[in-house]
Write a protein that binds this ligand. Structure first.
Ligand code: 5GP
Ligand code: ZN
Length: 138
């Protein structure tokens, strides 16, 4: 993808602080980190988002992410991290090349997760049933 910023990072056209590379995966530091050490793990093949990424590439991303996350914790001295995927514009995806965020976390870092809502009576069971049906169709 010629105009993709992450493809340009893979090719070396755009510089990055690389922390891991194998034949399928590249990882580098996010330029605007939630916390120092915030890392992006991407497939070397261009896919627009998580949902359109092949199972094989996702397996490689997950296995590499586990190894990289352990290294981030050792390097930062923290004990926790978030592994996050923003899939689609409404979910906050800005760069249309699949990427996992590994965000090291520590007490008082100020990063906030979602605020949970309540289901109406019966809504959870109804929604669960609908999702289960579509999962079983695939
Ligand atoms: P998204 O919102 O798509 O899930 O996350 C995209 C991430 O890519 C953002 O956290 C942003 O800071 C990071 N990013 C965007 N452009 C560049 C870049 O040119 N270099 C690096 N290292 N990170 C980038
Ligand atoms: Zn790309």
């Amino acid at each position: 993808m010629p105009d993709c910023i992450f493809c340009k990072i893979i090719s070396g056209e755009v510089p990055s602080a690389k922390v891991y590379e194998d034949d399928k995966v590249l990882a580098f530091l996010d330029i605007n980190p939630v916390n120092p050490g915030h890392t992006l793990v991407i497939p070397k093949t261009h896919f627009n988002n998580f949902s359109s990424t092949t199972d094989g590439d996702l397996e490689s991303l997950v296995v590499a992410s586990k190894k990289i996350a352990a290294a981030i914790l050792r390097a930062t001295g923290h004990d926790a991290f978030n592994l996050t995927v923003n899939n689609g514009v409404e979910a906050g995806q800005v760069v249309p090349h699949t990427h996992f965020h590994i965000i090291p976390r520590f007490n008082g870092d100020g990063h906030r997760l979602w605020a949970g809502k309540a289901y109406a009576a019966g809504e959870m069971e109804e929604m669960g049933g609908r999702i289960k049906k579509y999962v079983e169709e695939n």
